[in-house]
Ligand binder design. Structure first.
Ligand code: GDD
Ligand code: MG
Length: 381
C-alpha cells in the first residue's frame, strides 16, 4: 500500500513552547471524525441512536468533541458516517450553529476505520488531517497534538495515553525519542501501558496511499504497514482526561464526569455540579440526585428515589423509593416503586416493575415489560 519509504535528511527539531503562535497550523488542518461504528457494546441504546449521538450531560456526545475541535481553531470538519448516517446531518446540519463547516461522507457498507479515513479524501483541503474516533471523551487540546506533529516533521502523529489495562485498546510502544515502534491492536500481552487514544494527525499524502473502495482497518493494516515501511510515526503522550465511551460502564462514568466538571467540555460553558436536571423534568421533594446524575427533559423522579451516577434519558420515570446507580434509563422507560437498577442498561420504553432488582450488567431491551416483583439478580438489598 505505501510504496515510498518515508525518511527525511534532518532529525526532528527541538520541541517548541506551547505559547508560540501557530502560524496557520489550525487553518491548514481538516478534522475528520469517524462515527460509522454500530456501537454494539452499548445496545440496546444504539438500536435507536448511533453511539456518538447518545445524550451525555444533555448534549449528543459528539457535540462535546466538536466543541473541542472548534476551541482549537479548526473549523472544517468531515464526518465519516455509515450506520444511521442521516441522524448526524439532521442534528448538526451544515455546522454553522456551532461556527463550523461540516461535511458528511457516507459509507454504504462500513469501510472500517482506515477505509473511512480514505473515503473522505475528496473533501480534505489542508496539508494536515486530524482524525478522531467519534466515541472518545478527552481533555487534550488538539493543537498540542498538531504542534508535536509539526515539530517532529512526522508522517503520522498519534495521541497516546496510559491506562491500567491496555488489552481493550491499541497498544503502542515508543522509543526514548517518542518514535512509535509498533502498533498492537487489542493484544492479550501488551508490552507497555501506552495506548492509542483514538486521535491522529496524518499528512494528507499518507491518506492518499490507503487503498480505496474496500474495508481497511487503520489499526491492523495502515499503522503496521507504515511502521514496516519506515514512515516517521511519532507519539504525543499526555495525561489529560481520557475515556472511550464505548461500554455502558464508561458511558455512565464519562457522563457523570462531564456533569461534575471532571471531564472538560467547552460545550458546557464551565457549568458543573453534583447533578444536572433538564428543563421540564419533575423532581419530587425528597428525591436524592448525586454522583453526577443527569435527568433528561420531561423525565419524572418521585419522592424517596435515589439516583447515584444515573443517566435518565428524556421522558423516563423513576417511581417512589426506587434506586438507580451507575445505570442508563432509556427514553420513556419506567422504573417502578422500590425497584433497584445498578450497573445496568434499560432500553427505551421498557418497564421495570415494582421491587425488581437488576444488577451487574443487566440489559433490558426496548419496550420489554417486567412485572412487579418479577426479576431479582441479587438478594443484597
Ligand atoms: N466511518 C466509519 N466506518 N467509522 C467507523 C467504522 C467504519 O467502518 N468502524 C468504526 N468506526 C468508528 C466508530 O464509530 C468509533 O467512533 C471509532 O471508529 C472507533 O471504533 P470503536 O469500535 O469504538 O473501536 P475501539 O474502541 O474498539 O478501538 C479503537 O479506539 C481505541 C481508543 O478508544 C481503536 O482505534 C484502538 O486502537 C483505540 O485504542
Ligand atoms: Mg471505541
Amino acid at each position: 500500500m505505501v510504496s515510498r519509504v518515508f525518511r527525511f535528511a534532518q532529525g526532528p527539531r527541538a520541541l517548541t513552547d506551547e505559547s508560540e503562535p501557530d502560524f496557520g497550523l489550525s487553518e491548514n488542518t481538516d478534522a475528520v471524525v469517524l462515527v460509522g461504528g454500530k456501537g454494539t457494546r452499548l445496545r440496546p441504546l444504539t438500536l435507536s441512536a448511533p453511539k456518538p449521538m447518545l445524550p451525555t450531560a444533555g448534549l449528543p456526545f459528539l457535540q462535546h468533541l466538536l466543541s473541542r475541535i472548534k476551541a482549537a481553531g479548526i473549523t472544517h470538519v468531515v464526518l465519516g458516517t455509515s450506520f444511521k448516517a442521516e441522524v448526524f446531518e439532521d442534528y448538526f446540519g451544515d455546522g454553522s450553529d456551532m461556527g463550523l463547516e461540516i461535511d458528511y461522507v457516507m459509507e454504504d457498507e462500513p469501510l472500517g476505520t482506515g477505509g473511512g479515513i480514505r473515503n473522505v479524501l475528496p473533501k480534505l483541503r489542508g496539508d494536515n488531517v486530524l482524525v478522531f474516533n467519534g466515541d472518545v471523551l478527552g481533555g487534550t487540546d488538539p493543537l498540542a497534538v498538531l504542534r508535536t506533529h509539526r515539530d517532529r516533521e512526522a508522517d503520522v502523529t498519534m495521541h497516546l495515553v496510559r491506562v491500567s489495562d491496555p488489552r481493550a485498546f491499541g497498544c503502542v510502544p515508543t522509543d526514548a525519542d517518542g518514535r512509535v515502534e509498533a502498533f498492537l491492536e487489542k493484544t492479550q500481552d501488551p508490552p507497555t501501558d501506552q495506548i492509542n487514544a483514538g486521535c491522529y494527525v496524518f499528512k494528507r499524502e499518507i491518506i492518499e496511499q490507503i487503498p480505496a473502495g474496500r474495508s481497511v482497518s487503520v489499526e491492523r493494516e495502515v499503522f503496521p504497514k507504515l511502521l514496516t515501511d519506515g514512515a516517521r510515526v511519532y507519539a504525543h503522550v499526555d495525561s489529560a482526561y481520557w475515556r472511550d465511551m464505548g461500554t455502558p460502564e464508561d458511558f455512565v462514568r464519562g457522563s457523570a464526569d462531564l456533569v461534575r466538571g471532571i471531564a472538560p467540555s467547552p460545550a458546557l460553558n464551565g457549568q458543573s455540579g453534583e447533578s444536572l436536571v433538564h428543563e421540564g423534568a419533575g423532581i419530587a421533594p425528597g428525591a436524592l440526585l448525586i454522583g453526577g446524575t443527569v435527568v433528561g427533559r420531561g423525565a419524572e423522579v418521585s419522592a424517596g428515589a435515589r439516583l447515584d451516577g444515573a443517566v435518565i434519558f428524556d421522558g423516563a420515570k423513576v417511581d417512589a423509593g426506587a434506586v438507580v446507580e451507575r445505570s442508563i434509563i432509556g427514553s420513556g422507560a419506567h422504573i417502578g416503586p422500590r425497584a433497584l437498577v445498578r450497573d445496568s442498561v434499560i432500553g427505551d420504553g421498557a418497564q421495570v416493575g415494582a421491587r425488581c432488582e437488576l444488577v451487574g450488567g443487566a440489559r433490558v431491551w426496548p419496550g420489554v415489560v417486567i412485572p412487579d416483583g418479577g426479576l431479582r439478580f441479587s438478594t443484597d438489598v
